[in-house]
Design a protein around this ligand. Structure first.
Ligand code: C2G
Length: 132
């Protein structure tokens, strides 16, 4: 693969998919040529203490229909990132800036970019509105 070809990776739960999720995927893809998404499994969401409305298969189905996403891999643990970066020859790791600083150890293996979160929307806020 020529050196200008850039592989980008990002991770998340992507539950109740919304435009904040779309925006991070759009911007992540814009940084390179190929975007891999590490999608949190239901078991990993339990480890993250994150209650999920939609099961992995449903969240995966939505991500598969997003034009920015080229590949989806399961995210089973906090520790898999360096292995994924090596396995898929990742050039750029992207997360929203709510995670700023949390994955800086990955700068040894690739470019780490924290992008501004999209204001005004979050899965937890959507859940509160739905629960009303
Ligand atoms: N995001 C965003 N703007 C929002 C909401 C979310 O940019 N309004 C971004 C988050 O910063 C994250 C991605 O969308 O980069 C996915 O968000 P979540 O599904 O909430 O993922 P999270 O629970 O943060 O899991 O190992 C990393 C974890 O799996 C990340």
């Amino acid at each position: 693969m020529n050196s200008s070809f850039k592989t980008v990776i990002t991770y998340g739960t992507f539950d109740l998919f919304h435009y904040g999720h779309l925006e991070i995927l759009r911007r992540a893809k814009e940084l390179g040529d190929y975007l891999i998404v590490g999608l949190s499994t239901d078991a990993f969401n339990r480890i993250k203490n994150k209650k999920c409305i939609f099961a992995y298969e449903k969240r995966e189905e939505i991500l598969k229909s997003i034009k920015y996403v080229d590949k989806i891999i399961p995210e089973n643990s906090w520790s898999q990132k360096p292995f994924d970066i090596k396995k898929f020859d990742v050039d750029i790791f992207v997360m929203g800036d709510d995670w700023r600083g949390k994955f800086d150890e990955l700068t040894d293996s690739c470019d780490v970019q924290y992008l501004p979160r999209t204001k005004g929307v979050s899965t937890s806020e959507l859940k509160q509105i739905i629960d009303k």
